[in-house]
Design a protein around this ligand. Sequence first.
Ligand SMILES: Nc1ncnc2c1ncn2[C@@H]1O[C@H](COP(=O)(O)OP(=O)(O)OP(=O)(O)O)[C@@H](O)[C@H]1O
Ligand SMILES: [Mg+2]
Length: 276
Amino acid sequence: MMENKIVVETKDLTKIYGDGDGVHALDGVNLIIRAGEFVAVMGPSGSGKSTLLNILGALDRPTNGICMVNGQDLQKVKDLDRFRSKTVGFVFQLHNLIPTLTSVENVQVPLQEENMSDAARRKRAEELLGLVGLGDRMNFMPAQLSGGQRQRVAIARALANQPAIILADEPTGNLDSKSTDEIMDLLRKLNREHGTTFIVVTHNPAVARAADRIVTVRDGKILRDEKIDNVYLEDLREFKETALGHAILDDEVPAELNGLGVDKIAEQVREVLRKV
Ligand SMILES: Nc1ncnc2c1ncn2[C@@H]1O[C@H](COP(=O)(O)OP(=O)(O)OP(=O)(O)O)[C@@H](O)[C@H]1O
Ligand SMILES: [Mg+2]
């Protein structure tokens, strides 16, 4: 199988805040991410996760080391604004929507630099909102949306210029578990259907488990870099849909399980384990 092209490559990436004995926020990070990967970045508070994401998105500059994103050496990119609007899309914990603009207007903001008619911009923004399931919230103001819906608008906005990479810093940090699941399902769907590469910083193990790969950062260094077995995950997803899955994972007792003896339940468990 041909390997996908490399979209992120860092060599000995270092970031020191302050001078001399300042904070080593990143300390020699070597990371390769290929097109279409869905990577979770985990690690304790202060370990350097946001610093890494900000450097990949050219919101911050490294002190040392090389950072290549989508074939461009960030140190040599002349027009960083253009890089930021064309190559990467950002989603933050706080959605950062403009409170005085409607959903559809917020999504049009990054399109202002494009050479498009107003009507084409609006059409594209409407399509994107449809894609994230907000076709019926086009003209709502951010204050009239739920937290999960605002985050969907932010995702639609991040997708506006069809970036190669979406960088998301705690995108579900402010959401309850149901909205978190919905946002993660949406991100995975966008990843599968459009091949967009995702790098998602999270503290939430349930979010990280939805990724293909978990990079763990500690004290500015990569402590672990693990691929998640997708086959297992697919099985787990299927399992979640079964009555037994609901009972175990959601602590709910679906009607189908009521009255089943231990023997029948054990049979179902064996069935699942055989697959895994
Ligand atoms: N602008 C700055 N000036 C000085 N130090 C900074 C600055 N930004 C971050 N740091 C320091 O760099 C280290 C890494 O910070 P970073 O924000 O990357 O952590 P993080 O892993 O994202 O943490 P959290 O999970 O709390 O968001 C921290 O020790 C922090 O104090
Ligand atoms: Mg952070």
